[in-house]
Design a protein. Structure first.
Length: 395
């Protein structure tokens, strides 16, 4: 009789235990894809003599004072140049709030890094590849229902060889309400309206923001986290990038505004809520931490990391190429420039790694200034035979 009377309770306990185990398993799985088992250890600073550091610092300071900083008031943002993690030059100018000019930009002021955000999206994808949650050769059709573009793979998105149309243009052309779109809404619109491909998959390089919007959404599907949360857990928090975040509507107060050259505020628009291709805010010091982490194997292993810095597009002659989330400049003297520039609204960003010399050049601006790209590109020759031709900017 006792056993029969208690049977419902045993059943209830079984159900509760099953739910608890399922929840725990889910948490462990999410921790596996977004967290790290060990704390991050920053690489040691490159040993540089006091004399060499002083000479380099003077050379870099003189260069920027005679170029980007030549005319007072034109540059608004932050500049940081380092060698082996040692900061050689750091400078901040301008304001958070034009035209009132009450709050000056400082080292902890987060600025929109535009397309430089793609470097983070790419490494996050490679983390999932390393954990065998997906493959570079996976087809998007496996992850997005009713996906109308067959033959497009994860690797083609990373290398800008998918042939997909650029959402920045087709959503602009078809937006009458000026409502801010999310990643999901862009993807749903593509599935419903099927804008024309720019090329057949893997036939040519075609820089396209749609690729990285899709990659961010893929990260969400696989990890179970939102893209902002995944990057926070797997990269920003891990590297102690305390002033770096993916912009969301709730961040409007802490997001530094951008401005036209005339100091007119650049308002948010209907494409300011999409991410993966852009929408990360950071600081020069946080991006230096990012650069240094890429010299270690603590984000992804060396074999995958080397793929990110490998060129994949050779159908057009020239020095410019693209890896997995990183632009590459391949010089005839075997020098390689690993970089990503960006532009969004009044924001300009330049992030460059000269790995032969372990030099990092970072320039972020919140008042439109195309000279940021020229100044960054021409600074490379301060450290080696890189020539002086500026690289392109991009949205």
């Amino acid at each position: 009789m006792t056993r029969l009377k208690n049977k419902p309770y045993y059943s209830l306990i079984f159900v509760l235990c099953w739910l608890l185990i399922s929840t725990l398993n889910s948490c462990v799985w999410k921790e596996d894809v977004a967290s790290h088992p060990l704390p991050y250890l920053a690489p040691p600073l490159l040993s540089i003599s006091a004399k060499e550091k002083q000479e380099l610092s003077t050379r870099v300071a003189t260069y920027f004072k005679e170029s980007l900083l030549r005319f007072e008031g034109l540059f608004s943002g932050g500049i940081l140049v380092a060698k082996g993690g040692n900061i050689l030059f750091e400078h901040y100018a301008g304001y958070v709030d034009y035209p009132s000019k009450i709050t000056p930009l400082q080292e902890d002021t987060p600025l929109h890094i535009a397309s430089t955000s793609k470097t983070f999206t790419a490494i996050a994808i490679l983390q999932l590849v390393e954990q065998q949650k997906l493959s570079l050769d996976d087809s998007l059709s496996s992850y997005f229902k009713k996906w109308p573009y067959p033959g497009v793979t994860v690797k083609q998105l990373l290398t800008h060889r998918s042939g997909l149309p650029n959402y920045v243009y087709f959503m602009e052309a078809n937006n009458s309400s000026k409502t801010a779109f999310t990643n999901k809404e862009v993807i749903d619109w593509m599935i419903e309206h099927q804008p024309a491909m720019q090329a057949r998959p893997d036939t040519r390089f075609e820089y396209c923001n749609t690729n990285y919007l899709l990659l961010a959404s893929l990260i969400e599907k696989i990890s179970g986290y939102s893209y902002p949360e995944f990057l926070h857990r797997s990269i920003f928090e891990f590297l102690e990038m305390k002033h770096t975040f993916v912009f969301q509507p709730a961040d409007s107060i802490k997001a530094t505004p951008s401005y036209a050259t005339t100091s007119r505020a650049w308002p948010l628009d209907h494409l300011d809520y999409t991410y993966g291709d852009k929408n990360i805010y950071s600081t020069p010091r946080d991006l230096l931490k990012w650069d240094q982490a890429l010299y270690t194997q603590q984000l992804v292993g060396d074999s995958l990391l080397s793929l990110a810095f490998t060129p994949y597009s050779f159908e057009r002659p020239g020095q410019n190429n693209y890896g997995l989330g990183f632009r590459l400049k391949l010089l005839p003297n075997q020098k390689k420039v690993i970089y990503h520039f960006g532009r969004w609204h009044g924001n300009n960003a330049a992030f460059t790694r000269l790995t032969d010399e372990q030099v990092t050049v970072i320039i972020l601006g919140n008042k439109f200034n195309r000279q940021i790209y020229t100044a960054a590109s021409r600074s490379y020759s301060l450290f080696g035979p890189y020539g002086g031709e500026p690289q392109r900017d991009e949205e």
